[in-house]
Design a protein around this ligand. Structure first.
Ligand SMILES: O=P(O)(O)OC[C@H]1O[C@H](O[C@H]2O[C@H](CO)[C@@H](O)[C@H](O)[C@H]2O)[C@H](O)[C@@H](O)[C@@H]1O
Ligand SMILES: O=c1ccn([C@@H]2O[C@H](COP(=O)(O)OP(=O)(O)O)[C@@H](O)[C@H]2O)c(=O)[nH]1
Length: 734
């Protein structure tokens, strides 16, 4: 039976060794708490780190660690102290975490910790590969394992791999500063599906892929040479029933215990003061220090709330080996001390501060007891605490104040949404929350609860897995048209058996890869030799059919006697003959079109005009990809309007728009060329839109091949120019 393998840095359980006994406690943090319910309900396995290093695990307890993990359907990855320092405290939490949360001043670029990150990702990959069985699906989680998808895909291309990023993906301007940006993107692109919490993170990622890797992005799909990677947003939900049921149980017991519990929580004699809740890991991205300052500002701006409110603050220890977290701990301790010292009275302490993690029951107690939740992250991938707070409000009272910088804010517009850097706004929101009529609280929470209940963590995981299955169908379609070994053999058999053969070969993107400057793309010796050899076979004709100008093609194939067709069919050089125009063509339209193209060159950095006898081409390969596409579609509209009266055609090539007589295209050129000749083997290969005309216009029995995975009228596709070279070699050897 096939299974789902979940992989994350941490397992949902943390193991500790106390007096030679293994103790397990639940892991804290959104990923572990959220995925736990998904894992519980599946028959899969979860691979990750137990929290114990190899050095901390006595040899005689190793098997017990494995057994303790196995009991929870988990498989541990064994890591050394050095691994954890470089991989977890190092690259993950001193480079990626601050960078992806826009804390550039905290970001360290350390080559050594990156190297450990690579090694540890390989360790995870090895454990995954040991546990994969045919038909399994792999779901990798989060920023600590961004190289893992590629490592797995390389070994197991048959396995569907999903990746979900739980933290923000930053804008291209921030991401580009990372020295290992290419490696990280390539690592992620080993996946078949990549998920983010919000559309903004998704579009930031796609923008980096197209700008840094120069990879073709179409809507939410990235077309690689042999696969399609789908990218989408799936806002993570919570186990709604678990929280609402626990809250209902807690409410039932509330009458006898709540007041006592409040007073037990802290020595204070203002039990009627409203409670403002704040829960997070002690992390600078959570805006805890700012929150305390904003609370101070609130008490100053609205002094009537003194002794009427209390901030209940739970800060869960996190990543305490990283200096910034140690500094933050100090800062928060001092702030709490200072503010309590400044405002406290004999009967009132303005902040109750807990620095520890709490068991589930106590969390529920806090959620249900507090009148307001104040969550002000500076940046936060999602923030599940916001959702959990709303889910526990069984009577629908309570007010959520939430930072607009949390992914959750995008789905929780009924909350009071604030900018975490705007103290004025936070103070006013606190006042509004204190004074909000119950009816309004209920109205807002009703909407929020309905949505959270519907899009819970189960639905989230189901949606993701469903999309991942869909990507498998996409791969099937890809496999269907990719030229298989048997189809290739069939083609070569037909070639060998044929008495009269013709091969139409496009040049750029087919025989030769793209380079920034088109003049640098000259053919190598091997290529010239191959075309010559094939052409010299009996009854065989090789035709280079290109959009290039005749001088360039003519110079390159000066000494090779094959047919050349230039400028999409305007010019032809027969074997042993001279260049001649194939049609009666006009070029007086160029005077009108050139200034339009020049305007686009001036406005779009990196673009240029190529002038041919009967056509003008505007190249935008070196422009910013987004801007290039936008300007190309704008220009194409302008030119099409103009061309309607001038019999001009606009050819949309690979990062080039070419304007020429509309009666000229490669389809017409090949049709004319084969007219009246009884070729029994016809072959055409090309990579872009201009080649589609020949795929379309050649008779049905022709072998037509597209280079690269794109929509095409060709019968087959091959991955890249290397595969084209292989085919040429096989033709030459036939
Ligand atoms: O494992 P730690 O280093 O102790 O950190 C705990 C987890 O923190 C991060 O959580 C994120 O995931 C949440 C759920 O998607 C999301 O709501 C939150 O905004 C994120 O910060 C981190 O992404 C996890 O990998 C950590 O395990
Ligand atoms: O003492 C605590 C405090 C919090 N949490 C859980 O930790 C998660 C925090 O997730 P969130 O998305 O808010 O932030 P993250 O820590 O993942 O950045 C929530 O599910 C909380 O219920 C916990 O298990 N124990």
């Amino acid at each position: 039976m096939s299974k789902t393998i979940i992989i994350s840095n941490r397992l949902p359980l943390q193991l500790q060794i106390d007096n030679y006994t293994i103790k397990a406690t639940p892991s804290v943090g959104g990923l572990a708490t959220g995925m736990k319910s998904v894992h519980r309900d599946s028959n899969g396995v979860w691979i990750g780190w137990t929290g114990l290093t190899e050095e901390e695990t006595p040899e005689e307890l190793v098997d017990e660690v494995v057994a303790a993990a196995k009991k929870e359907q988990c498989v541990p990855v064994s890591l050394t102290e050095k691994d954890i320092n470089g991989f977890y405290y190092g690259f993950s939490n001193r480079t990626i975490w601050p960078l992806f949360h826009y804390f550039m001043e905290y970001t360290e670029f350390e080559k050594e910790s990156y190297q450990t990150y690579v090694e540890v990702n390989k360790k995870y990959a090895n454990v995954v590969l040991e546990n994969i069985e045919e038909g399994d699906t792999v779901w990798v989680h989060d920023y600590q394992l961004m190289l893992l998808p590629e490592l797995i895909k390389k070994e197991r291309p048959d396995v569907q791999i999903g990746f979900f990023l739980h933290i923000p993906f930053p804008s291209y301007e921030v991401f580009r500063t990372l020295p290992w940006r290419v490696e990280i993107l390539k690592g992620l692109l080993g996946s078949d599906l990549i998920g983010f919490h919000t559309y903004d993170y998704q579009r930031h990622f796609l923008s980096s892929v197209s700008r840094i890797l120069r990879q073709e992005v179409s809507f939410n799909e990235i077309t690689l040479k042999d696969r399609i990677v789908t990218v989408n947003s799936y806002p993570m939900g919570i186990d709604y029933e678990k929280f609402s049921e626990a809250a209902a149980k807690h409410d039932a017991a509330k009458n006898q215990s709540e007041l006592q519990r409040r007073l037990d929580l802290h020595i204070d004699s203002t039990p009627d003061a409203k409670m403002i809740l704040s829960i997070d890991r002690l992390d600078y991205s959570k805006g805890i220090a700012n929150r305390i300052r904003a609370y101070e500002y609130f008490l100053e701006k609205y002094p009537e709330f003194k002794e009427k409110v209390r901030l209940v603050m739970l800060a869960v220890p996190s990543r305490s080996n990283v200096p910034q977290y140690q500094l933050l701990k100090k800062e928060v301790d001092e702030l709490v001390g200072r503010i309590n010292g400044k405002f406290a009275t004999v009967s009132w302490t303005p902040i109750w501060y807990f620095y520890r993690s709490m068991p589930f029951e106590n969390l529920i107690d806090l959620y249900t007891t507090c009148d307001v939740a104040l969550l002000t992250p500076i940046r936060d991938g999602m923030n599940l605490v916001a959702k959990e707070y709303v889910a526990t409000r069984t009577d629908k009272t309570g007010v959520l104040i939430l930072s607009e910088m949390a992914g959750a804010a995008q789905e929780m517009s009924e909350a009071l949404i604030i900018n975490p850097n705007n103290f004025e706004e936070i103070a006013d929101a606190l006042k509004q929350a204190m004074e909000m009529p119950e009816a309004e609280q209920i109205k807002r929470n009703k909407f929020l609860q309905k949505r959270l209940k519907r899009y819970n963590v189960e639905k989230w995981a189901h949606d993701f897995m469903h999309s991942l299955e869909d990507t498998a169908h996409k791969s099937d379609i890809v496999k269907a048209i990719r030229m298989r070994q048997d189809q290739e053999e069939e083609m070569f058999n037909a070639y060998k058996a044929s008495q009269k053969r013709i091969l139409f070969l496009d040049y750029d993107g087919t025989l030769r890869g793209f380079v920034n400057n088109p003049e640098d793309a000259s053919p190598d010796e091997e290529l010239l030799e191959l075309t010559k050899t094939i052409h010299s076979q009996e009854n065989t004709e090789v035709v280079i059919i290109s959009g290039r100008d005749r001088h360039t093609l003519g110079t390159w194939w000066q000494d090779v006697p094959i047919t050349l067709i230039a400028e999409h069919g305007v010019w032809k050089r027969p074997v042993g003959g001279e260049w001649a125009v194939t049609e009666n063509l006009k070029n007086d339209w160029m005077e009108t079109v050139r200034p339009i193209l020049e305007k686009y060159v001036d406005r779009t950095a990196g673009t240029f005009i190529e002038e041919k006898n009967y056509s003008l081409a505007w190249h935008y390969r070196n422009a910013d990809p987004d801007l290039g596409e936008k300007r190309a579609s704008e220009l194409s509209t302008v030119l099409k309007e103009l061309s309607a009266n001038n019999e001009l055609g606009v050819l949309d090539g690979n990062k080039v728009l070419e304007i020429k007589d509309s009666t000229i295209h490669k389809g017409k050129a090949v049709t004319k060329h084969i007219f009246g000749k009884d070729y029994t083997f016809k072959f055409a290969i090309g990579d872009d839109w201009t080649d589609e005309y020949m795929f379309h216009d050649l008779p049905d029995d022709a072998f037509t091949i597209k280079v690269g995975l794109q929509k095409t009228a060709a019968k087959y596709y091959v991955d890249d120019t290397d595969r084209v070279r292989d085919l040429l070699k096989k033709f030459a050897a036939s």
